[in-house]
Design a protein around this ligand. Structure first.
Ligand SMILES: [Zn+2]
Length: 408
């Protein structure tokens, strides 16, 4: 393909008309044709192992290449949002994610404890798949594909399925509270809720930190290129993978609970990309996966019939008093407690922000109680508008945060 592209460039510069240029295999059918016809004889020399693998693996790989190329074109033509997409890169064992994919052929669960994979045959799995096989059996789910991947010496198979999901309508379907909840996603804690509850960052368990230290020390001392180094690298990777799994579990537990127990969840539109550029915050932000919390809430609120509201990025949730709306423009990141100089409210910084987020949702003002359960009365004009200009006091207006959560 690259050869065809450079050939094309050469032809263009020598003035050959557009319709006479060398065609580039840009789509899946073209790529497949190229591989199965033009490269058929060469397969034996460039990839002598090709016959050992399911032909599906190549087809799925070409499919991914084709969609990658499509993204490149779309990005260049301005039809795709976000960061500019580069030309697809080669994958390399150990560098890229080790994975392959089936989309056709006889693959899928075979009973509750086995999967059938073309060319590999029947494989036992560690996790029971009852939830999947039950849905497949009675037609509530349809298999679209399977991806086999390897991380830290473990093999995984993940199935893409289309599932009929019943979206609960109405607020009382799952005995949820109609009261909205504000969620302040943070660096110090994973999240602080407007109810005053703090969800700590998932941390390494005590023993794991010690193991991590000894494993990284052992790895650092090993000889480069030796088999001992390989083993120690694997051990270190397993410890990291375990911590990553625990973190992921913590995030999912939180987002599922929120989406199931509250009708409306209000989060801040953090400029995560901007925070990542601030190097001091970068690690912590990566660790807690704030963007991931929002992504999960976006689809889980759809699943469970609740609503996600994302506050405007410039909404000063931390700098505003949740009791009276007084603004402290001088608040810095190191101020852990919010002290209101207007009404005297003293409140944890993150709880204050969470309460402000909750107050953005219409109808919550009357229910506003002090997050700490103290005897403070709510000020009637205490709600603060979502305004783009920080510093303009505008009490009494309704927030203009748009409900989100249609992205599945
Ligand atoms: Zn106040």
């Amino acid at each position: 393909m690259k050869a065809a592209l450079s050939q094309r460039d050469a032809e263009k510069s020598s003035g050959i008309p557009d319709d006479a240029l060398t065609p580039v295999p840009w789509t899946l059918p073209a790529l497949r044709l190229e591989w199965n016809l033009e490269w058929n004889k060469a397969k034996a020399t460039v990839a002598p192992w090709w016959a050992e693998c399911a032909k599906e693996a190549y087809s799925a790989g070409l499919d991914q290449l084709a969609s990658g190329l499509k993204n490149v074109t779309a990005s260049r033509n301005g039809r795709r949002k976000g960061r500019r997409v580069g030309f697809p890169r080669f994958k390399k064992r150990g560098k890229a994610r080790d994975s392959f994919r089936y989309t056709t052929g006889s693959y899928g669960p075979d009973g509750d404890r086995h999967v059938q994979l073309p060319r590999i045959s029947r494989v036992k799995v560690c996790e029971p798949m009852g939830a999947l096989t039950g849905r497949l059996a009675d037609g509530r789910a349809r298999l679209l594909g399977a991806t086999v991947s390897r991380t830290t010496g473990r093999w995984f198979v993940s199935f893409t399925v289309e599932v009929d999901r019943e979206v609960p309508a109405g607020p009382s379907r799952r005995r949820r509270t109609a009261r909205p909840v504000g969620v302040d996603l943070g660096v110090k804690h994973l999240a602080v809720l407007s109810t005053g509850e703090t969800i700590a960052n998932p941390k390494h368990p005590a023993g794991s930190l010690r193991r991590l230290r000894s494993a990284s020390r052992a790895y650092a001392r090993s000889t480069p290129g030796s088999s001992g180094r390989r083993k120690r690298a694997a051990r270190l990777a397993r410890i990291h993978a375990r911590a990553a799994n625990q973190r992921r579990d913590g995030l999912h537990t939180l987002t599922t609970r929120l989406a199931k127990t509250h009708d409306t969840i209000v989060v801040e539109d953090l400029h995560v990309a901007g925070m990542l550029r601030n190097r001091r915050l970068a690690r912590a932000v990566c660790d807690t996966g704030m963007a991931e919390v929002r992504r999960q809430l976006a689809y889980k609120t759809v699943w469970y019939g609740s609503t996600l509201v994302v506050a405007d990025r410039w909404y000063p949730s931390s700098k505003t008093c949740s009791g009276c709306g007084w603004r402290n423009p001088g608040l810095t990141l190191s101020d852990r407690t919010f002290v209101c100089r207007s009404c005297g409210l003293v409140i944890d910084r993150d709880v204050n922000a969470a309460v402000n987020l909750r107050n953005l949702v219409a109808g919550s003002a009357s229910e506003t109680e002090n997050a700490r359960g103290a005897d403070r009365k709510t000020h009637p004009g205490g709600r603060v508008a979502v305004k783009r200009e920080p510093g303009t006091a505008s009490a009494g207006q309704t927030g203009s945060a748009a409900p989100q959560g249609t992205a599945a």
